[in-house]
Design a binder for this molecule. Structure first.
Ligand code: C2O
Ligand code: CU
Ligand code: CU
Length: 545
């Protein structure tokens, strides 16, 4: 049943699997005139118009695209070029991670594994260009991390073997090929990496959640398509400065998706897998914002559930939320939206007034029809009649020990721009250059300052998770969201690996560089705006053994 549906929805992958090109016509009235192969010349998937939301959200099944693969033995992941019907029935060239496991074929599998288990995988590069896989958010030895220096040539293999030491949570994996990350990730090379543990099982049990049914992994990505419905990636100079912004919003690779809900609580594991777009998420019906509960983010569950009505989600970040669809009458259409925000507010705030107009100028030059900060819909959630199930949430979700920062080394990280390049502490990435050393097992406090220059930067660290201590000089239109003390927002709680730093803002984070690996370990710290990363907004740091 599931497999048949997958074949129908994913004609492209079905074709890859040798099943031939099944046509899929579930397009709704607005697409009724579209003929297979006819040019895709208009903009029928404008996410601003709620009437354009017609396609069923693709949900992970037991195989196929985004299939959930329970890893209990070594796997082989083949990175290869294929095609995919992103805008069915139109095929688009697409890059895919392909795995055959226990008699099933998977494309971009959702890897699921128990905390503490051994993970053994071979990456087989069947692409015509170099690649490597990075395990985003995972604490691994540096040589297992998928650092761009480990990028492998076409036809080569890379062997991964490490213990999954992170706690349960919603992590992900993606390409980290040197200077090709943005293009390859945009063209498909990314998926979820879910880690299970007792805390995760406890919440699934308490809320009677089932992965793919009421526990919904949802990756949000914005893309652009040409007249034939093929993916376009062609950043101009201003696009590279801003990051490549799409104009069609995909959730689980479905444009303008619809997920029907009954009056009960759903878990949404939201992952921003976009190259550059920041979302200001809210659940809305008409003009009314509905409440939701944040239970986790980058590094697993929070200590306790937190009520919210909005949250930012920057590229690379995850937000685990509970949404009670029983809070509205059956027959109500709820939308997960991105609310409007001012992306350049505060720019030049840190005494850089003279440069203040740069960001606004660049924003005006981006070639996207959907500017950064525009309001649009992401996912339609029609609530239908059904048994009302009221969930009682555990008061405590997990234990998070605050990193003890007394006596910690203080480090300044300055984000700046020179000659149309974004820099970290004045540097642009060089493979063989170590920006600084930290001592193994030491605790450091980093003050990351975005020196104006107009762009928010989602800053990401490899190898370690951190805790957000404080936000200083935040944009004034975030005032309503910073109610968690020290200027922090709901997305700042718990364990993080990516934190958004707004123009003019300083974010202080605490890091504990303890690890069990022998010798020096070299990791990356970079902006997860993938165009910024590929343009060199990245540094190496070394944990001295
Ligand atoms: Cu998700 Cu170095 O990145
Ligand atoms: Cu990472
Ligand atoms: Cu950046």
């Amino acid at each position: 049943m599931l497999e048949r549906r997958q074949l129908l929805q994913w004609a492209g992958v079905a074709a890859l699997a040798g099943a031939g090109g099944a046509a899929w016509v579930a397009y709704g009235p607005r697409r009724a005139g579209a003929q297979a192969g006819a040019p895709f010349t208009n903009y029928p998937l404008d996410p601003v118009d709620p009437a354009n939301f017609q396609q069923k959200l693709f949900m992970p099944g037991a195989g196929g695209p985004l299939g959930v693969l329970d890893v209990t033995a070594p796997i082989t992941i083949k990175a290869g070029a294929g095609s995919f019907a992103l805008l069915p029935p139109r095929e688009s060239p697409f890059l895919l991670y392909q795995t055959d496991y226990a008699g099933k074929a998977y494309q971009n599998p959702i890897l699921r594994i128990e905390s503490g288990a051994r993970f053994t995988a071979v990456l087989d590069n069947a692409l015509p260009e170099p690649t490597i896989i990075h395990w985003h958010g995972l604490h691994t030895p540096a040589d297992m991390d998928g650092h761009p220096r480990d990028t492998i040539a076409p036809g080569k293999r890379f062997n991964y073997d490490f213990t999954v030491s992170n706690r349960g949570g919603t992590y992900w994996y993606h390409t980290h090929a040197h200077e090709l990350t943005a293009k390859q990730a945009y063209n498909g090379l990314a998926s979820f990496f879910l880690i299970e543990d007792d805390d995760q099982r406890k919440i699934s049990k308490a809320l009677d959640l089932q992965l793919g049914v009421t526990d919904l992994p949802v990756v949000i990505q914005d893309k652009r398509f040409d007249g034939q419905g093929k993916l376009v990636y062609a950043p101009s100079m201003p696009d590279t400065m801003m990051g490549w912004l799409g104009d069609i919003v995909l959730t689980n690779l479905t444009p303008n998706a619809v997920q029907t809900m009954t009056p009960r609580t759903y878990r949404l594991r939201l992952l921003n897998g976009s190259n550059a777009r920041i979302y200001r998420l809210a659940f809305v019906t008409g003009s009314t914002r509905l409440g939701f509960t944040v239970i986790g983010n980058d590094g697993g569950l929070l200590e306790r559930p937190e009520a919210a009505t909005e949250a930012f989600l920057a590229p690379g970040e995850r937000l685990d939320v509970l949404f009670d669809a029983g809070q509205v009458q059956p027959g109500t259409d709820v939308f997960l939206k991105s609310l409007a925000f001012e992306p350049m507010e505060n720019e030049g705030g840190a005494g850089m007034g003279g440069m203040g107009g740069m960001g606004r100028m660049m924003a005006g030059m981006s070639s996207s029809r959907l500017p950064l900060g525009a309001a649009f819909n992401i996912l339609k959630l029609p609530v239908v009649a059904g048994e009302r199930v009221v969930a009682s949430l555990p008061a405590t979700l997990s234990t998070i020990k605050p990193i003890a920062t007394s006596g910690a080394a203080q480090r300044k990280i300055e984000l700046s721009m020179q000659q149309m390049r974004f820099l970290i502490n004045g540097r642009s990435f060089r493979m063989d250059e170590i920006a600084f050393d930290v001592k193994r097992s030491s605790v450091e406090v980093w003050s990351i300052s975005n020196q104006g220059m107009g762009m928010p930067h989602p800053m990401h660290i490899h190898g370690f998770s951190f805790q957000v201590l404080e936000r200083l000089n935040s944009p004034s239109d975030h005032a309503g969201m910073t109610r968690f003390g020290k200027g922090r927002m709901v997305s700042d709680l718990g364990w993080k690996d990516t934190v958004l730093v707004w123009p003019g803002e300083t974010v202080r984070i605490a890091l504990d560089f303890s690890h069990d690996y022998p010798g020096d370990q070299i990791y990356l710290f970079h902006c997860h705006n993938l165009e910024h990363e590929d343009a060199g907004m990245m540094i190496n740091f070394r944990v001295q053994g």
